[in-house]
Design a protein around this ligand. Sequence first.
Ligand code: SF4
Length: 339
Amino acid sequence: MLDYPTLRSVLSDMGEPELRARQAYHAVSRSLVTSFDQATALPASLRGRLARRLSVVDLEERRTLRSPDGSAIKTLFAAADGLPIEAVQLTSGTRVTVCVSTQVGCAVGCVFCASGRLGLRRDLRAGEIADQVLHFERLLRADGRRVTNVVLMGMGEPFHNYDQSLGACRLLNHADGFGLAARSISISTAGVVPGIRRFTAEPEQFNLAVSLHAGTDDVRDRLVPLNRRYPLHELLAACAAYVRRRRRKLFFEYVLLPGVNDGPEQVAALGRRLARPLYHLNLIGYNRTDDRFPAPSPADVRSFAADVRAAGVACTVRHSPGREIEAACGQLALRESPC
Ligand code: SF4
């Protein structure tokens, strides 16, 4: 997705007035053209010249999988350099959430995450992140629907690519452009403390989620290697500062792995650390991607949730639609390269 400053600069170079930049930006971010040849608000001669200078869409759709009930759609794109990028659309009632990737691969290496096993290939640019959303929005509009929520929770650690991730949120939120409300956009971090501190000071009301996955450092060290750098006391101090300053709900994600992070000591630690106003734990049963961990039964997940609630923590069990197409949390793995 092109941003307004880029369009204004290119059109100014071409000797065009600012009005043309506004029209071109409207075409890209509101009419969702895929080429300037389709931007009918622009003079015909300019459309062709602009189309030769700038491409509107940098991602090429390579493969799309749909769950049998249609609630989950996973699309594999190729970036301009051929690298693979995955995004998922999840529908629940009127809510249509698009989960986007912020990097190709990921350097964090969470042990239960398929994406983490790839290592980091490269950061995505803000336009490439936003383009994943625009792709689904184009398809939805044909049915009179819209993307209602965006989560930066696909492949990659958004705060390892801070500027481009925030840049994508701003592109999607831009009032004269795509116009998605800031409160409908969420960033999920595995616990990059400097990123949380920086995010706390941002002016927009984007949401924050922290992938916790354990209540004690010994278990979290094993699951999320980043914990050795930013242990729980540091991470939760940054979280507390965020809530104090923003007065917004903070979501903690917890992938339940039987025999690993479902013991009573984890429940007790979660009670000590998270039984606070505005803290909310989202519990997700592990989606099995290989033989390293078993998946919990729905009863196991419900029972852990009940124990955590009894310890004073607000907790919701999240269902993971899209298991059939490996579109659920931790399953974005790029099983095949589009190259
Ligand atoms: S869970 Fe997120 S942060 Fe952890 S390896 Fe996977 S993509 Fe990276």
